[in-house]
Design a protein around this ligand. Structure first.
Ligand code: 4NP
Length: 150
């Protein structure tokens, strides 16, 4: 199973989502490959935002080795499941899909949780206090994603 987490910058939300799901998959002994990307190009090659690195660290996760990259059309072929953080990312990815098979791979990550408010993981970039909330949302969603494999 190959899963790609996608947000806008690939420095705040999707690196956290990648780290969380990688850890849960490893704990369950699942042979999953998890990656992340951003629909935007501003942060290509950068480390995750220090606030994401800090928040992950508070939960025993080290995401500092990740580097940002931009989402590309090829990802729709290479991955089994592509999880967008919000509606804007979701639509941007769907716009690049070239077949119904590719479209079916694309979901919003909070579709996996029932308590989603508006279905979007809020962008914490401009909100120092938003990172822990984002972590909790992603942690719950990743538990559900892992559970779908049982
Ligand atoms: P992310 O957050 O999409 O969760 O990585 C953002 C990071 C940077 C920008 C926007 C969102 N930016 O505009 O540079």
């Amino acid at each position: 199973m190959k899963i790609l987490m996608v947000c806008l910058g690939n420095i705040c939300r999707s690196p956290l989502a990648q780290g969380i799901l990688e850890q849960k998959a490893a704990e369950k002994g699942l042979n999953w490959s998890v990656d992340s990307a951003g629909t935007g190009s501003w942060h290509i090659g950068e480390s995750p935002d220090p606030r994401s690195v800090y928040t992950a660290g508070q939960h025993g996760l080290d995401i500092s080795g990740q580097r940002a990259r931009q989402f590309r059309r090829q990802d729709l072929q290479d991955f089994d499941l592509i999880l967008a953080m919000d509606q804007s990312n979701y639509q941007e990815i769907l716009r690049m899909a070239q077949s119904p098979e590719e479209e079916e791979k694309v979901r919003k990550i909070l579709d996996f949780t029932s308590d989603a408010t508006a279905g979007d993981v809020p962008d914490p970039y401009w909100d120092d206090d938003g990172f822990e909330k984002v972590y909790q949302m992603l942690d719950k969603a990743c538990d559900k994603i892992i559970a779908t494999d049982q």
